[in-house]
Design a protein. Structure first.
Length: 339
């Protein structure tokens, strides 16, 4: 029995520039980190050649079906598509779950895709690099399932850690953030995360891509500004300027709201403004927008007031810490781990 463990992520700056429609022409950059919340893939091999899938998050149970007759269905489209792509034919029971609800802005779909690619490749005895995990996962999401995703999530989940990821048409470069452990710890302590509610991102991302393709002036100007802010955020971290980093989150969020008209809404704007008025320096929604998780930068002495204000809005705080590893596999029988 195997357990695939894949982290979720928080993206701090540059989100939206990781769309191929944008970075192929203009380049892109994101500042992002994996965190200690995960997706899980539990594999129990069968003696026949059938696949059975359990997914409590999507309230899905697919009855055992021959591998040769698999067809993607709602709730099982991701694992079935990956199994078919990798041409895996041995029977198994799959249990899929996550520490967060679906569509919550922490990259759970991409985390699960990388997790499944990693697990199925391991079962086949294939060695696979972090870049290959990321590219295969993105291929399934974008080209097979037609989900309008960017590319940053698959890369940070595959590599793990606190990273700068740069995108061009010909190359994707993943680099560690060179700052002190003391600075990273202080940053971690100054970040607050609250669950706003699940949301549908497909329309937001579809609108975002459409605006890029038609060269919408507001969207393109915002993406250019977001790129500059991501470089500034990287410089702030290297210089241990966390106050500046927190303020850049606010500037980035204001630019991101111009990507498409449904990135934010009056309720989210009201909650965010209340957080700033209570002491937060900046923040953002962690995914495409419309809901999910609200990330805030707030110094320790002011956090109690901000937390209370968020509780007044019935928002639950989600505690987290940075996580340095990417997707990995544990053998549940011998308790040893492997990449």
């Amino acid at each position: 029995m195997l357990l695939g463990l894949s982290p979720l992520r928080i993206s701090f700056a540059g989100g939206g520039t990781d769309m191929p429609e944008y970075y192929d022409k203009h380049g892109g950059i994101v500042i992002t980190s994996t965190i200690n919340h995960f997706t899980y893939v539990i594999v129990n091999e069968r003696k026949d050649n059938k696949l059975q899938i359990f997914s409590p998050d999507f309230e899905t149970h697919s009855v055992a079906e021959k591998m040769s007759k698999l067809n993607p269905k709602k709730g099982t489209e991701l694992p079935v598509s990956i199994i078919k792509l990798l041409n895996y034919k041995k029977g198994m029971n799959l249990m899929l779950s996550s520490d967060v609800p679906p569509r919550s802005g922490l990259g759970s779909s991409s985390s699960l895709a990388v997790n499944l690619i990693n697990v199925i490749s391991f079962l086949k005895g294939s060695k696979i690099s972090n870049s290959e995990k990321a590219n295969l996962s993105h291929h399934v999401s974008r080209n097979i399932l037609k989900w309008p995703f960017g590319k940053q999530d698959e890369y940070i989940v595959s590599f793990g850690g606190f990273k700068k990821i740069e995108f061009t048409k010909d190359k994707i470069k993943v680099s560690p953030i060179k700052t002190s452990q003391k600075t990273l710890k202080e940053l971690e302590q100054n970040l607050l995360l609250f669950f706003v509610g699940s949301r549908q991102t497909s329309s937001i991302l579809t609108n975002h891509i459409r605006n890029i393709k038609k060269n919408d002036p507001q969207t393109m100007d915002s993406l250019s500004n977001v790129t500059t802010l991501a470089h500034d955020a990287y410089d702030s971290l290297r210089k241990s300027n966390l106050t500046g980093f927190g303020e850049l989150l606010d500037k980035g969020w204001e630019s991101k709201k111009k990507f498409a008209n449904n990135v934010s809404n009056p309720k989210i704007d009201k909650i965010y403004k209340s957080a700033l008025n209570s002491g937060a320096l900046g923040g953002k929604l962690t995914g495409a927008g419309g809901g999910g998780h609200l990330l805030l930068y707030c110094e320790k002495l002011k956090q109690s007031k901000v937390i209370q204000k968020m509780q007044d809005y019935k928002l639950n705080q989600v505690k987290f810490s940075f996580f340095n590893d990417g997707a990995k596999i544990l053998n549940l029988y011998d308790h040893t781990g492997t990449k």
